[in-house]
Write a protein that binds this ligand. Structure first.
Ligand code: SF4
Length: 331
């Protein structure tokens, strides 16, 4: 009887190789791609076509900000070099995979993890912690490093021939690239999959949002990818569009406590201010920043229009912000 294995697929080469290796070992393989605000994609991934060619069914599961939030506030296993709680993130993904495996009768869950490839989350201790805390003891298979790790249930029972699995370890990518060549894999995402939590600038913006808890929702976290972000000292936040597409996107996020600003008659970004009944000082602050990024930035005083869902348009007058001021307010 062939083993039924649910394989996590990040879009990177390692998870692609793990799925292929298991397929070649005779397993029935299905794959799951987890999507958070920080990694993963609803769009077709570059390596996905190989999954299709190999007859591996791929499903996508979205993880909400609320589900992920505890990992950002107090991850039991700490952060990596930025705001990436890699060990706890993997545990979260694997717990979800375990639920699917239990419901749908998979014999094991597999990942493309390689022993020693990442210092924080793929050392031997971390691999053990991840296996234990995801509730997948002896059911978590890492085919690329399996021969260096304790046998899983499917190996012990003979459902998967351990000899067909590998003993790759370390940070060098040579064995993986050789396998890719052998199997004709030329397209795949870069290692770490472009996770935004590993990018210091994005991490700063997210940290700021987490410090203003009432503001942090799926919507506002998604908006971290759009525009320039500024924070009035101990006060509200302003997002300024960088191009037409971002301006149009910001305009879709009106509502209670949201104020739009724009310089009319010249090229101007849209500003989106998150504030309920802001003072004149805060409105002028936001107007200064919007004026700075408009084509009227050379004028001593700029006319900025503000509007929101409750009140008619209002005109503000503000000098464009200086670069030195922007540096203080920019997130
Ligand atoms: S890099 Fe990002 S997606 Fe990958 S384990 Fe770390 S936090 Fe999770």
């Amino acid at each position: 009887m062939s083993a039924r294995i649910l394989c996590l697929y990040s879009g990177g080469l390692d998870s692609l190789l793990a799925a292929r290796l298991l397929k070649d070992a005779g397993a029935e393989v299905q794959a799951v791609h987890f999507i958070t605000h920080f990694t993963g994609s609803m769009e077709k991934l570059s390596g996905e076509r190989y999954m299709e060619e190999w007859g591996i069914n791929l499903r996508r599961i979205r993880i909400t900000f609320e589900e992920f939030r505890p990992l950002l506030e107090k991850p039991p296993h700490g952060f990596g070099r930025a705001l990436n709680p890699c060990i706890d993130c993997k545990i979260l993904f694997l717990r979800k995979a375990r639920e699917i495996a239990d419901q749908e009768g998979f014999d094991a869950v597999a990942t493309g993890e390689v022993l020693g490839e990442r210092p924080m989350s793929q050392n031997r201790r971390s691999l053990d912690v991840i296996e234990r805390e995801s509730g997948l003891e002896a059911r978590l298979l890492r085919p690329l490093s399996a021969k260096l790790l304790p046998q899983t249930g499917v190996e012990k029972s003979g459902m998967i021939d351990r000899e067909k699995l590998l003993d790759i370890q370390g940070r060098g990518r040579k064995p993986q690239l050789e396998l890719a060549e052998r199997w004709g894999i030329t397209e795949f995402a870069t290692p770490a999959g472009g996770c935004l939590l590993t990018e210091p600038q994005y991490a700063n913006k997210l940290r700021d949002l987490l410090n203003h808890l009432k503001e942090a929702t799926d919507e506002t976290v998604a908006l971290l990818k759009t525009g320039r972000h500024f924070r009035y000292p101990e006060g509200p936040k302003l997002i300024v569009g960088r191009d037409k597409e971002e301006n149009e996107k910001l305009l879709q996020h009106g509502g209670e406590g949201r104020i739009f600003l724009e310089v009319r008659g010249v090229g101007s970004p849209i500003g989106l201010l998150f504030a309920h009944n802001p003072s004149e000082e805060i409105l002028t602050w936001a107007a200064k920043i919007v004026a700075r990024y408009s084509d009227a930035r050379g004028e001593p005083q700029v006319t900025v229009t503000r509007w929101d869902i409750k009140r008619a348009e209002q005109t503000l007058f503000a000098p464009p912000a200086k670069d030195s001021e922007l540096e203080v307010w920019r997130l």
